[in-house]
Design a protein around this ligand. Structure first.
Ligand code: ATP
Length: 443
């Protein structure tokens, strides 16, 4: 039941995203490129707001985390050291009839595929043995496309942080415990993509590597699980739709000392919730591996405790697109002939929309323009709309999640007040024009 309604909900969200310019299929005019999506004008605003909130919370509001922006391309040895060349793989099986390939653990998709072939005879479905398929995109650096110049588009941003550990230590005043955070593109040649932005092949990631003394790693692991969960709740994700799940030992990377995932109530997963974000205690595996392969000492001397050790690292890691999808699903609501995206105002692409009541009354348009210019210089993403009737303008702004609509009417010309209509309650109140920006800011 959940899944049936859920798929319906997903269709509506995908349609809304396209209709209003949040997300477009990449290369659509050529039939589309599977697992690759482009952000439209509103999608960029939403994604930027999400990234800003994450960056504020994880970096700017703290004094123990610094930022980094490492490259997508790295020396091939980085990926040998990290273990990605040997083992960043998914199990793959191929249909012997039509050669379509599937991730071997996707039982439902495999069953569905089998139904597309006859149940008897030589065209009956048959599968190859399970093979390991490396998910990294290969490329060449320099003008020779030979084995020596081969490298990979990064499948995670974390390694860019580990290979710069020494640089950050020697150029800043950070002391353990401290973190290095970054936001950047990651690429995974997923065997099976799907569920819109949930599983794609190119995506932005937000990752924090938080370095701690090994003995304290359990404490910090717990701290970051709670901290990340709280962040979602503060930004309006409904409590009943999100939970922490500790993964059993057999489901986590061999080097991990513990992994918790933040699971969301995805409408397309019938049985349970599913991964939104991972929080892992990666131990000292990565620094030790990069140290071993590079020959550089990546240990840390603790001045206070007068001892040297290789720090453990706690890593919250999440994809921007997957997170954006969770916020869109959570915010989507219907009722009384309107669709409303009840996004947290901090995330809403447009902070407020300004309307002159009538488009052909120059006094109203002039004052509305004036208000729009002032708000825009402060908030940036403010809309102006004088098309159609007010009802239609509200309808449009509700659908894209604009928290406030400001209407300039004849009374405004007399007493310098405007009507401010709240997206969620639809209540209207009169606000003095000179108080408008503080009204919008504090809400
Ligand atoms: P999964 O088990 O879903 O393949 P994973 O455990 O390999 O994911 P991680 O390596 O922990 O994922 O990646 C960290 C985060 O990056 C995930 O929690 C998710 O938010 C995001 N992510 C990973 N792969 C994808 C993808 N193909 N498309 C979109 N987001 C992704």
């Amino acid at each position: 039941m959940k899944q049936e309604n859920g798929l319906n909900l997903m269709e509506k969200i995908v349609a809304l995203c396209k209709r209003r310019g949040f997300v477009f299929q990449n290369s659509e005019i050529y039939g589309g490129l599977n697992g690759v999506w482009d952000l439209g004008p509103l999608g960029v605003l939403l994604a930027n707001n999400i990234k800003r909130e994450w960056w504020n919370s994880v970096v700017l509001s703290r004094d123990d985390v610094v930022g980094l922006d490492s490259s997508i391309l790295s020396h091939r040895r980085v990926w040998e050291a990290s273990g990605h060349i040997a083992s960043f793989t998914d199990p793959l099986i191929e249909c012997k009839i039509c050669h379509e390939r599937f991730k071997a653990d996707l039982k439902k998709e495999i069953e569905e595929h089998a139904k597309t072939h006859p149940s008897t005879g030589s065209r009956q479905v048959a599968w190859t043995d399970v093979k390991k398929f490396n998910l990294m995109f290969k490329t060449f650096v320099g003008p020779l496309d030979n084995e020596e110049n081969k490298t990979y588009l990064r499948p995670e941003t974390a390694q860019g942080i580990f290979i710069n550990f020494e640089n950050v230590l020697s150029t800043t005043r950070v002391k353990i415990p401290f973190g290095i955070a970054q936001i950047g593109k990651g690429f995974r040649n997923e065997i099976t993509t799907g569920n819109f932005l949930f599983r794609v092949r190119e995506f932005e990631m937000m990752e924090l590597e938080y370095f701690v003394e090994p003995d304290t790693s359990k404490k910090w692991f717990d701290y970051w699980r709670q901290e990340r969960l709280k962040w979602y709740l503060d930004l309006g994700i409904k409590k009943e739709n999100i939970k922490l799940v500790d993964l059993p030992k057999e489901d986590i990377a061999h080097y991990s000392k513990g992994t918790t995932e933040i699971w969301y109530n995805w409408p397309f997963i019938a049985e349970d919730f599913g991964e939104l974000e991972g929080v892992a205690n990666r131990g000292d595996y990565d620094l030790k591996q990069q140290s071993k392969y590079s020959g550089r000492d990546l240990s840390y001397f603790d001045d206070d405790k007068k001892k040297r050790y290789v720090p453990y690292v706690i890593e919250p890691s999440v994809g921007v697109g997957r997170m954006m999808l969770a916020f869109l699903i959570d915010a989507y609501s219907e009722g009384g002939n309107r669709v409303v995206l009840k996004l947290h105002p901090k995330l809403s692409p447009i902070k407020a929309a300004v309307f002159p009541l009538l488009a052909n009354k120059m006094d109203l348009v002039k004052l509305a323009r004036n208000i729009y210019d002032n708000l825009k210089s402060e908030f940036g993403s403010i809309a102006f709309d004088d098309r159609g009737n007010i009802g239609k303008r509200y309808f449009y702004q509700d659908e894209i999640g604009t928290p406030y609509c400001v209407t300039v009417d004849f009374q405004s010309l007399e007493d310098q007040t405007v009507t401010v209509r709240d997206r969620d309650t639809m209540k209207q109140e009169r606000v003095r024009i000179d108080k408008l920006s503080s009204f919008i800011r504090q809400e």
